[in-house]
Design a protein. Structure first.
Length: 240
């Protein structure tokens, strides 16, 4: 009977340790996402302050390529979509595309990229929150099986014989719930922050579109800024 009980005990112990790993992963991801969202918020606030202080859309172009943050990258994508070459230079095939359509597509695609970046890790936290109670229940079931086998071997069903093993088996379910609750709260919190950030980017994209509309969806960028925009666009395409 000892040979039967030993694997059951090891399985229950493995379940507990797995839940401990899940808990560490949850709090680690919560820390990383908290730093990411806090830094991004500060970067976007600084960019908005300087962007709206610029005298024109053309004047704010260099700022968007020198500032970090999601809003700055959205602006970079917008500038790359509506920039035109210097007078006297031959236009390439991209200039034949309607700049209004290019701008809408570029802003939308960049916002999607920013959402994907901010969503990184949230699926893991959501999975931990949804599966931890069931993993804990699995450990409890195996623990009860061990307890029943021990009771059968002892040949006694007294309260002392039953309560101890069953109580120990229920620990796995308790740990599973303790791991799941913070994971669900962390997921819901950062999901809300993600939606708020995406809404702010949508608002900025609409404002940028309105400014571009006043300049007929065309801006003449400084050569250094235009070169930086092309390089940034190539990096984004390679990352995609």
């Amino acid at each position: 009977m000892t040979l039967l009980a030993s694997p059951l005990e090891s399985i229950e112990s493995a379940v507990i340790w797995l839940l401990v790993v899940f808990s560490v992963a949850t709090w680690g991801l919560a820390l990383v996402k908290g730093v990411q969202f806090t830094r991004l918020k500060a970067q976007d606030r600084k960019f908005h302050k300087h962007f709206w202080a610029a005298s024109s859309l053309d004047a704010a172009a260099e700022l968007s390529h020198s500032q970090p943050g999601a809003a700055a990258r959205v602006a970079q994508a917008g500038y790359a979509a509506i920039q035109v070459g210097e007078p006297g230079h031959a236009a390439d095939l991209s200039q034949a595309i309607n700049h209004q359509d290019r701008l809408e597509r570029a802003l939308r695609q960049q916002i999607v990229r920013e959402r994907r970046s901010l969503e990184t890790g949230l699926a893991v936290v959501a999975s931990i929150g949804s599966t931890s109670p069931f993993i804990g229940l699995f450990g409890t079931v195996w623990g009860i099986m061990e307890a029943l086998k021990g009771i059968s071997a002892a040949g006694s069903a007294s309260l002392e014989t039953v309560a101890g093993p069953i109580g120990a088996a229920l620990v796995a379910t308790g740990v599973g719930i303790a791991v799941a609750v913070p994971a669900v709260l962390v997921y819901n919190y950062f999901l809300r922050r993600l939606k708020l950030t995406a809404a702010d980017l949508d608002d900025f994209a609409h404002d940028f579109y309105s400014l571009a509309q006043k300049s007929a969806f065309r801006v003449l960028l400084h050569p250094a800024v235009a070169k930086a925009g092309v390089a940034a666009g190539q990096k984004v395409k390679e990352a995609s």
